[in-house]
Design a binder for this molecule. Sequence first.
Ligand code: HEM
Length: 315
Amino acid sequence: MDIYQQLEDKFKGIGQDLNVHLEGLLYAKPITYWDYIHTDALLNLQIPRTDQPDEMVFIMYHQINELLFKMILWEIEQVASAETLATDFFATKLDRISRYFDMLASSFNIMGEGMGVDQYLKFRNTLTPASGFQSFQYRLIEFASTELINLIDFRFRATIDRNTPFQHAFDHLYWQAAGKNHETGEKTTLLRLFEERYMEEFLTFMKRYNTLNLWTRFKSLPEADRRDLKLVNSMRHYDHTVNVLWVMAHYHAAAKYLNSGDKPVEATGGSPWQKYMHPRYQRRIFFPELWTADELENWGLTNLEKHEVLTTLPW
Ligand code: HEM
């Protein structure tokens, strides 16, 4: 009766007759795993463009990445939208986000080891000018993790501050270097198509996360918590996993396939990939304030496999 009463109150509250809903239950089908998870839809999304069997590995691993990107964004959004942010809540979400990215970084050899080079070099020709570079969610994770200035190409940082229009900041993001000739300003097809599809959504997202990204939210925590060693180490772990471990795993996979012949082949997206993709040049760091001057200086040089776990705070 207690549940009945609660249901009656609930449906009355939205102007509905509980009895009609109860009667509907008489005819409702039982839920099944496949209807709930939508396995049929999910398993029909792998559509190779060639007859090379390993193209399936390539498609599916990218899709797995996109699903994990979605899980990451799901957690970050909860941190962003928490009206009052408790440190425990922040730390729990950060650990979840980190675990998902650990999985992406540590599983990349599925790509590196999982395809025949000869097959890759065949099916990739049908993919030009597409590239993982055009992953919308990957870019959202960057915007949602740090302040915009940390994603701006180093060469232009001095010209950009909090009053710079978002469009201008966007045009000077570090990844524009992969799709733009900076002397002529001309964009590659890779970048042009990406912007045509997502520009408006990017600008909206950038504005929202300008003050709600993980770093800004971390800074809003009480000082004692911001100095908590465990939390600082978790932040550093996430930063290093995304910006060094994943980047290096990706770089090694790209090098294996693209450098396999007598001379390097051009990337499907057309970027100067050997330079562009290495953390030493990209120097993308989400939380620079949590690394020492020495660590920043040597980013992408001495921390390629691991970073120091702090036992005391150096600041
Ligand atoms: C053998 C497999 C792969 C190769 C050879 C490869 C190669 C490349 C290359 C050369 C670029 C630079 C842009 C270009 O010119 O195309 C790039 C960018 C990118 N790829 Fe991959 N990739 C591989 C797998 C993946 C996977 C599984 C993902 C997961 C979604 C991914 C995500 C990305 C992202 C996000 C970028 C942009 C990175 C940045 O801007 O720093 N790639 N990839």
